[in-house]
Design a protein around this ligand. Structure first.
Ligand SMILES: C[S@@+](CC[C@H](N)C(=O)[O-])C[C@H]1O[C@@H](n2cnc3c(N)ncnc32)[C@H](O)[C@@H]1O
Length: 201
């Protein structure tokens, strides 16, 4: 299953728009990371990268496997005047084009269900994290209130939710993380969504 770039761009600017600033604040509050290098995996139209850039001093690399999504991300970043701060890179999460210990922060929202080999992806995330770096990856709408508002707004929508992948199975996710030899992790499954925090020691 693939995400339609134009539709995702439209959603990120309308029904989904309020979730990104909230999730960005939740990331900063949970990780305490406001400077250094951040990688946003499966960035789509780059709404989370943009929200993070607005409240931090991070240098952000926004990665997506789809060329058209990268073009939309670049356009949105340019329109926000953030082209100096955010670089868009077409890349696959299974083969992240950065050296070991590169990133202070790795984030990702709504992309995991599309990853073909979760174990390889998590090993890659761990590999590029700096010692004492943190990953905050998963999916959700930031709060139950926003989730319910989005569901209500998109009730009669042709595309949503039938074109969105099923929720990730938490047990499967946890066993994959363990298999990937990641020891220091927390799974947060609450009103903000399902998020995995990984720390590299
Ligand atoms: C549902 S969209 C979420 C976009 C964005 N993170 C957001 O929350 O608005 C999922 C994104 O993951 C990207 N994606 C899927 N598989 C990927 C992979 N293997 N590597 C990098 N990006 C991927 C898709 O192209 C798509 O842009």
């Amino acid at each position: 299953m693939k995400t339609d770039p134009k539709r995702m761009d439209e959603l990120s600017k309308n029904a989904f728009a309020p979730i990104y600033p909230l999730i960005a604040r939740q990331i900063v509050s949970a990780t305490g990371i406001k400077k250094g290098v951040c990688i946003d995996l499966g960035t789509g139209p780059a709404a989370l990268s943009i929200a993070l850039a607005k409240i931090t001093d991070l240098k952000i690399y926004s990665l997506d496997i789809e060329k058209e999504m990268c073009k939309l991300a670049e356009k949105n970043i340019f329109q926000e005047g953030l082209s100096e701060v955010i670089d868009v890179v077409q890349a696959d999460v299974h083969n992240i084009p950065y050296r070991n210990n590169f990133a202070d922060l790795v984030v990702s929202r709504g992309s995991i269900p599309f990853w073909k080999d979760l174990s390889t992806a998590f090993k890659e995330i761990y590999r590029i994290l700096k010692p004492e770096g943190t990953a905050y990856v998963g999916g959700g709408f930031g709060s139950l209130h926003l989730k319910n508002e989005i569901i209500k707004k998109l009730e009669d929508d042709e595309y949503f939710p039938k074109n969105f992948p099923p929720k990730i199975n938490v047990e499967k996710l946890e066993s994959t993380i363990i298999k990937s030899a990641i020891k220091n992790y927390t799974i947060k499954n609450d009103d903000s969504g399902l998020w995995i925090l990984i720390e590299k020691d």
